[in-house]
Design a protein around this ligand. Structure first.
Ligand SMILES: C[S@@+](CC[C@H](N)C(=O)[O-])C[C@H]1O[C@@H](n2cnc3c(N)ncnc32)[C@H](O)[C@@H]1O
Length: 215
């Protein structure tokens, strides 16, 4: 595909995804968190927090219409090593159709319609303990602390126990899991105050891994 054709497809996907996102937000504002997908600038900044090669295994939770997904792929993520988890079936369909426009029709896509609380049960079984990054755009602050903890714990449980970490994009300068400070190192890795709304990329690393490394 020529670069020109590729960028025309990307543009038409962006227009259609804005419409679908807004419609879904009217139906489930808390689940979506905002009325529009992540800005391209924030998506690219988030993708740049990952060190990616063709073997990097990534699970994206709250993939939505795929704007962050496309930034991860542009950064070099291998589509065969990327699972996309999304609660809303309509978003999953959009994700599938749009990625099929960008990739060869026979490309196997790991799009999983499901709840990030059950991550260990819904991603490929042989990935358990081998995931390098869980990338999250789930609006955690809209959820109870109990559910936030469930989602983060489910993500920790699938990560590679030595190298794995969670990259979370949020519209809050305060960590959405501050109450888990005893167990998880929480670092604000990047900020765009000029984004609308201001956007922040968080890196969560379980402290037990750090203890294991220093032992
Ligand atoms: C702020 S949107 C982010 C969408 C997309 N990643 C983007 O780049 O614009 C959050 C997404 O998380 C999804 N979501 C919320 N709770 C979820 C859960 N428990 N499991 C999976 N997806 C969830 C929503 O349906 C929504 O598509």
């Amino acid at each position: 595909m020529t670069t020109l054709a590729h960028s025309a497809i990307t543009k038409s996907i962006a227009t259609a995804e804005n419409k679908l996102f807004f419609k879904q937000w009217l139906k489930s504002p808390l689940q979506l968190g905002t009325f529009a997908p992540i800005s391209m600038k924030l998506a690219n900044l988030t993708a740049h927090q990952l060190i990616i090669n063709s073997d990097t295994t990534i699970v994206e939770i709250g993939a939505g219409t795929g704007r962050l997904t496309r930034a991860l792929l542009a950064k070099g993520a291998n589509i065969e090593k990327l699972a996309m988890v999304e609660l809303a079936p309509k978003m999953c369909l959009f994700l599938k159709d749009s990625l099929q426009q960008l990739y060869a029709p026979n490309t196997e896509l790991k799009i999983i319609t499901g709840d990030a609380c059950n991550l260990g049960k819904i991603i490929p079984h042989h990935w358990l303990g081998k995931v390098d990054y869980v990338v999250s755009a789930i609006p955690l602050l809209n959820l109870s602390e109990e559910i936030r903890k469930k989602i983060i714990q489910a993500a920790l449980d699938v990560l590679n126990p030595v190298t794995g970490s969670i990259v979370h994009v949020s519209y809050s300068p305060v960590s959405p899991i501050k109450f888990m400070e005893c167990e998880i190192l929480q670092k604000r890795a990047a900020s765009i105050w000029g984004n609308v709304p201001p956007g922040f990329v968080w890196r969560f690393i379980p402290k037990r891994y750090l203890h294991d490394l220093s032992a």
